[in-house]
Design a binder for this molecule. Structure first.
Ligand code: UT7
Length: 333
């Protein structure tokens, strides 16, 4: 194994995604809890979200997204050196979801592990993949953000159940031949003092999954939404400044924003910070809801396959979520 960060950039050689077939609309939710389509759209921008089939777990969604990314990168599973899955809804505590994806893909040579940084998971995974490639340890890395969040939602709590959805997105990372192309910088942050603002309190070692915990639905997502909203806007604004400063760029030198898809109003605030018209912002929150670690790679894949993001574009990826965690990556496509 070679060591030391090399003077090489990591490019994204292919993207992929997968969404389950079942669509749950705001009108469906109106029949389940005391809410309205009007409230959900005006507060969050969400109109519908996908729900995994009963037999589907996170690794199934992740495998499909990974397969699509391998196809675009024109490589086979045997070419993979490493698979990282970012998820807060793994199939099991162990083994890792990444190991199951490795098995499903037949990526026999690859190492595999999961990474948990909630909604910021894909940005963290991209950063780790970039460092493995630039260190010379690995040449071909598959990073996936995948969630089946709808299994960990209290469907009687209107504060949270209208927000989340299922899905997976993936990216194949390889060394770039062109020094101008690839990941230009990555920026990771965390503030564990704010951990209890957005969490599933029960179901793990702090509060094992007893009957009582499950009956009280303490193993589901709890969020102090309005407080999280304000911190997200502030921290994403700070991280945008950090990206611009680190790369010596002005706002108008960023071509596309691929934000975490939690709330359209948070996305609009970040776009305003970048003085960027909404045509340059990739928005999927209306159709996907908040898919946590899957949201950024799902949006990225849609923009790449739709022909919006093209070679040479400067693309800013950012996310914010539980932990609390937040981060960004700037990529020259
Ligand atoms: O992805 C990880 C990071 N997560 C985020 O970034 C999410 C951040 N937070 C948000 O997106 C927003 O805070 C929400 C969409 C969750 C909520 O929007 P808000 O403008 O912050 O509303 P709020 O929490 O201040 O709630 C306002 C009212 C409350 O009623 P009262 O107390 O004012 O009478 C809620 O009970 O809206 C009520 N409410 C609802 N009403 C209808 C909450 N949920 C619903 C609902 N339908 N589904």
């Amino acid at each position: 194994m070679k060591t030391g960060i090399m003077d090489v950039r990591t490019r994204i050689a292919g993207t992929g995604s997968y969404l389950p077939d079942k669509i749950l609309t705001n009108f469906d939710l109106e029949k389940m809890v005391d809410t309205t389509d009007e409230w959900i759209v005006s507060r969050s921008g969400i109109r519908e979200r996908r729900v995994a089939a009963a037999e589907q777990a996170t690794s199934d969604l992740a495998t499909e997204a990974g397969r699509n990314a391998l196809e675009m990168a024109a490589i086979g599973p045997e070419d993979l050196d490493l698979i990282i899955v970012a998820t807060l809804t793994p199939d099991h505590f162990f083994p890792s979801t990444a190991g199951l994806v490795q098995r499903n893909l037949g990526a026999t040579r690859a190492a595999a592990f999961d990474l948990e940084a909630a909604c910021t998971g894909f940005i963290y995974a991209l950063t780790v993949g970039d460092l493995f490639i630039r260190s010379g340890s690995f040449r071909t890395v598959l990073v996936i953000g995948a969630e089946v969040l709808t299994r960990f939602i209290d469907w009687e709590d209107r504060n949270t159940c209208v927000l989340f959805g299922d899905g997976a997105g993936a990216a194949v990372m390889k060394p770039s031949d062109d020094p101008g192309q690839g990941i230009l910088s990555t920026h990771l942050h965390s503030d564990g003092r704010l951990a209890d603002m957005l969490m599933a309190p029960g179901g793990a070692s702090r509060m094992p999954p007893t009957h009582e915990v499950v009956e009280k639905k303490l193993n589901t997502v709890k969020m102090r939404g309005n407080e999280v909203f304000k911190i997200a806007v502030t921290k994403l604004s700070e991280v945008v400044d950090e990206v611009l400063q680190a790369n010596g760029l002005r706002e108008d030198e960023i071509d596309f924003l691929v934000p975490h898809q939690a709330n359209l109003r948070i996305i609009q605030a970040t776009a305003r910070k970048l003085r960027m018209p909404m045509e340059k912002v990739i928005v999927t929150v209306d159709r996907h809801g908040n898919t946590s670690a899957a949201s950024v790679p799902l949006a990225l894949d849609e923009a790449v396959r739709g022909g919006r993001i093209k070679r040479g574009d400067r693309v800013l990826l950012e996310a914010f979520g539980g932990g609390l965690t937040w981060g960004a990556a700037l990529v020259r496509w």
